[in-house]
Design a protein around this ligand. Structure first.
Ligand SMILES: [Zn+2]
Length: 73
């Protein structure tokens, strides 16, 4: 499913495709390139915090590992 995310920095609406209705992880605004950690519950944005590039890379790695792990099961 696709969930709309409104960037708190520039107000642009982006979308994120999700497998589940809950998500916690990195999000990058397509327009201002600002990075955030977002938390979604039932397709609703619950929290959104600014994220550093370093932390973003680390979270991307974790997500990639999770995806890999899921495939193996
Ligand atoms: Zn933005």
């Amino acid at each position: 499913m696709m969930v709309k995310i409104k960037c708190p920095e520039c107000g642009s609406e982006g979308s994120l495709s999700l497998i589940e209705s809950s998500y916690q992880g990195p999000y990058r605004c397509w327009k201002c390139r600002e990075l955030f950690t977002i938390k979604l519950e039932n397709n609703e944005l619950k929290s959104c915090e600014p994220l550093s590039q370093e932390e973003f890379d680390r979270q991307q790695e974790i997500e990639a590992l999770k995806a890999k792990f899921k495939k193996q099961n």
